[in-house]
Design a protein around this ligand. Structure first.
Ligand SMILES: Cc1cc2nc3c(=O)[nH]c(=O)nc-3n(C[C@H](O)[C@H](O)[C@H](O)COP(=O)(O)OP(=O)(O)OC[C@H]3O[C@@H](n4cnc5c(N)ncnc54)[C@H](O)[C@@H]3O)c2cc1C
Length: 502
């Protein structure tokens, strides 16, 4: 089942493909030395960015094509959305690797595997002489602006890494795309944070009835997977810390409800950990409505089959993944019937329709599935596949063999539950099977993200924010102005600049 958003985006591809401008697309070749092979990476997410980071840029002529010019550290987005962390903590710029790497802020709309060319479309505003505009990068992933064609261009590749991820699933529920918030990248986190604050300021107006206030402060989350659960937990932390302090009378009216069609939340976790989470949420006053079906969403209200009309101030929608339109447009490769993910072999090469691997094209991350072993669509898998490809590409470029198949090492799954508590599930791992809940799991959760944050800057900033939050306030006060939280941050940045390492 595809989201209506995907359908719109797919239509965008077809419109462009038919456009005469596309036929006249410019051919670009990179300025790097001729003797280097061209490696093109599509996407700057968990898979693509890892390849970009590790690949030997002296030996490969590397080009990155991505509509966003930064990598989003998705596990920190829920925290950013409520002000636990600042947005900059969850992003790493692609430009860090230029000029060694050529980067285009653009969509790849079509791939010609025979000619080894990519058709791309700028994801930047139109230039003065362009009569029709290129699709802008939307302010949030919820928005879809496809106002026509800009100036498309073509790129050639010798080797190609497809790492374009997936879109948010809506199950075609009417109104979701228009009235709900997704949480896919930092633009979404920013929009959610703005809306939360707006809800409290609106509810604080003197002329409102208590019913209106309660409606505005009804925060609904649809999707009881790790993303929905972590957002509910972070929001709960916010409501019971700063909000209670700054809006004491409104805090009592605020309510968080988590909806899911399944009988339990956190279905991918061990059952006992799922029950631990449900019990904790109930104790915290977070309402869990499982076996509930949202049928329609309108501005400020949704219609739930089992409940009727539910007014809300904020609706966050997180019900899984829908295929990326680029992947949907590919018909010459084998795909998973249900998810439409590109099938690969164990070397991560895509498979043509006759089942043969394409030796020059690899697919990783949420848009790819190993045919012989379906793995979960997680950052962990995307990142490990990226690391594997780095090794392979760095051997290939030296004419060395690399035939070792990809092996996934399950590090376990983590989910934050609020109040410094988390769950950790490693019961599905091959070795050291374990599961934890509570404070110890929370420590694991924090240390996992601390060790994974990529740049030195973020390795310093993330724990600094966490530390300061434990003693002072989160970055809610201003959302615009300099908050007390930013003072130590500025201090750290100053030190870094002085040390000329930044
Ligand atoms: C809020 C949130 C929290 C999460 N927490 C965790 C967690 O704690 N642990 C975990 O393991 N997983 C987590 N995940 C899942 C994880 O983020 C994904 O599995 C992971 O991002 C997949 O990596 P990817 O490289 O395939 O795709 P992405 O990281 O989504 O990157 C896709 C990239 O492709 C680009 N792109 C899209 N279309 C095109 C196109 N046509 N042309 C060129 N570029 C394109 C995008 O702009 C983006 O840069 C979380 C996800 C979310 C949303």
């Amino acid at each position: 089942m595809f989201s209506s958003r995907s359908t719109v985006a797919c239509a965008r591809i077809q419109v462009r493909a038919a456009s005469p401008v596309v036929a006249a697309a410019r051919n670009f070749s990179s300025s790097a030395p001729r003797n280097k092979q061209r490696l093109v990476i599509l996407g700057s997410g968990w898979g693509g960015y890892e390849v970009l980071r590790g690949v030997d840029k002296k030996r490969w002529n590397v080009t990155v094509v991505s509509p966003t010019n930064a990598f989003n550290f998705t596990p920190l987005l829920a925290g950013c959305a409520v002000g636990t962390l600042e947005f900059r903590c969850a992003v790493e710029p692609v430009r860090r690797y230029s000029p060694q790497v050529v980067a285009y802020q653009a969509w790849c709309d079509a791939i010609d595997f025979k000619q080894k060319t990519l058709q791309c479309m700028p994801a930047t505003p139109p230039l003065a002489y362009e009569t029709s505009s290129a699709p802008r990068v939307p302010t949030t992933t919820t928005e879809t602006h496809f106002p026509g064609t800009g100036t498309p261009f073509k790129l050639r590749y010798d080797k190609l890494v497809i790492a374009v991820g997936a879109y948010s699933q809506t199950f075609n529920v009417p109104g979701v795309k228009e009235h709900a918030h997704f949480l896919k990248d930092v633009r979404d986190a920013r929009a959610i944070r703005t809306r939360i604050l707006e809800c409290f300021e609106q509810a604080n107006q003197p002329f409102l009835s208590d019913v209106d206030r309660r409606n505005l402060l009804n925060f609904c989350i649809v999707g009881g997977g790790p993303t929905g659960v972590e957002f509910a937990a972070e929001l709960h932390d916010l409501l019971h810390a700063e909000v209670e302090r700054h809006y004491p009378s409104l805090a009592r009216m605020a309510k968080i409800t988590l909806y899911d069609v399944a009988p339990n939340i956190l279905g991918s976790f061990d059952k006992s950990l799922g029950s631990y989470a449900e019990n904790k949420f109930r104790r915290d006053g977070i309402s869990i409505k499982t076996r509930h079906h949202v049928e329609r969403v309108e501005k400020d209200r949704m219609f739930v089959k089992e409940q009727g009309e539910v007014p809300f101030g904020l609706l966050v929608w997180s019900t899984g993944l829908a295929p990326n339109p680029l992947i949907q447009s590919i018909d010459s490769l084998e795909k998973h019937e249900k998810t439409q993910g590109l099938f690969t072999d164990e070397q991560l090469n895509v498979l043509t329709n006759d089942g043969k691997p394409d030796p020059d094209v690899w697919a990783i991350g949420d848009s790819a599935i190993i045919k012989s072993a379906v793995l979960p669509a997680t950052a962990q898998v995307a990142n490990q596949k990226g690391k594997y490809l780095v090794k392979k590409l760095n051997k290939i470029v030296k004419d060395q063999e690399h035939t070792k198949p990809f092996e996934f090492h399950n590090q376990g799954s983590l989910a934050y539950l609020g109040d410094w508590k988390a769950i950790y599930d490693r019961s599905g791992a091959e070795s050291i099977k374990t599961k934890e809940s509570g404070r110890l799991a929370w420590l694991l959760w924090r240390s996992a993200y601390f060790t994974q944050t990529l740049s030195i800057r973020n390795k310093i900033l993330v724990p600094t924010y966490w530390f300061v939050l434990s003693f002072f306030v989160r970055a809610q006060g201003s959302f615009n102005n300099l908050s007390p939280l930013q003072v130590p941050e500025l201090y750290v940045l100053l030190l870094l600049r002085r040390a000329r390492r930044f």
